[in-house]
Ligand binder design. Structure first.
Ligand code: PLP
Length: 340
């Protein structure tokens, strides 16, 4: 029985076609800038998203960290959502490795950082304070695309105060598809953008940071310092290029399946559906029943993630087909029927 892993869209396995592209990749030493496949991936995303340069890195965490290090110096600060990945889920890297202070901002329900809260948190130029340098946003946030007019307003505010603007766009293409715009309509507001290839796009490894040549040069230096300079990485970049060719438009399938799954779960008595955005479905399950549900689903070959978030998050991706969704609905129905 095929396992149905709804924990995250990071769990996808490279397809046969992706593996074939990896095997066929032309490679060189990327520390010398000589890997043609890495260079092609970096340039392709930079061009598509409207930037001068790109940098291929092992993970989204490293990509965000390098962006923070490129924008900020020791004693600077970045303003960031209180629940943002770049603040909460990256081991405090900016502070640990960059002596950069985070200024967390309580987010609105939709994940945006209210502009008046940002403005109130920006420090005056005075030796008492860290230097406010950067605003970091995340899109999608818990599956939600940030509203396009919010991006306009945040951009304007950042310019007014001389802040750089970084986007953690781990799921940028999910946001673009949900908003029915080219990704560039989102990225044009930012100085740097980090994109994950290993989430819904289905590559085994990798993220790309795009920005101006000056910022990407700085990030490349910090990548080396962090031990992230790699050699024949074209094997991995080939998977990224394959993903960009074949797995972007199909994100809409993940969104459709998540919407369908949410609709079916909503019909089940006892399921408290909190919402669905792009490829994520959120359910409130009483903590006391979560373990029991997990055991029940495991027996049906279904995996869920418990413990990271206060609510249960189900994520659709490349390896979840329509049959997997039907099996999931059936397993939930059975669980709540037996124990209603
Ligand atoms: C997954 C993710 C990242 C990066 O994660 P890695 O596991 O380090 O690749 C960054 N931001 C968001 C919002 C993510 O979901």
């Amino acid at each position: 029985m095929k396992s149905i892993d709804l924990r995250s869209d990071t769990v996808t396995n490279p397809t046969a076609a992706m593996r074939a592209a990896m095997v066929a990749a032309e490679v060189g030493d990327d520390v010398y800038g000589e890997d043609p496949t890495v260079n092609a991936l970096q340039q392709r995303l930079a061009d598509e998203l409207g930037f001068e340069a790109g940098l291929f890195v092992p993970s989204g965490t490293q990509s965000n960290l390098l962006a923070l290090l490129a924008h900020c110096e020791r004693g600077d600060e970045y303003l960031v959502g209180m629940d943002a990945h770049t603040y909460k889920f990256e081991g405090g890297g900016a502070a640990v490795l960059g002596s950069i202070q985070p200024q967390p901002i309580v987010q609105a329900e939709d994940g945006s950082l209210p502009l008046e809260r940002i403005e109130a948190a920006i420090k005056p130029v005075d030796p008492h304070f860290a230097r406010s340098r950067l605003l970091a946003l995340e899109n999608t946030w818990h599956g939600r695309p940030l509203p396009l007019d919010y991006l306009d307003a945040a951009h304007e505010l950042a310019r007014k105060h001389g802040l750089g603007l970084h986007l953690d766009g781990a799921r940028l293409f999910n946001a673009a598809i949900a908003c029915d715009v080219p990704a560039r309509a989102i990225t044009r507001h930012f100085d740097t953008v980090s994109i994950c290839l290993s989430k819904g796009l289905g590559a085994p490894v990798g993220s790309v940071l795009v920005g101006s040549s000056a910022l990407v040069d700085k990030a490349r230096r910090w990548r080396k310092v962090c031990g992230g300079g790699w050699r024949q990485a074209g094997i991995l970049a080939a998977a990224g290029l394959h993903a960009l060719d074949h797995h972007v438009a199909r994100l809409a399938d993940d969104h459709r399946r998540a919407a369908y799954l949410a609709g079916r779960l909503r019909e089940i008595a006892g399921v408290d559906l909190l919402g669905q955005h792009t490829n994520m479905v959120f359910i409130d399950v009483p903590a006391a029943r979560l373990r029991e549900l997990d055991v029940h689903l495991r027996e049906a070959g279904i995996r869920i993630s418990i413990g990271y978030l206060p609510t249960l998050r189900l994520v659709t991706h490349l390896d979840i087909d329509d049959d997997g969704i039907e099996r999931t609905v059936a397993a939930f129905r059975e669980f709540f029927a037996r124990r209603a």
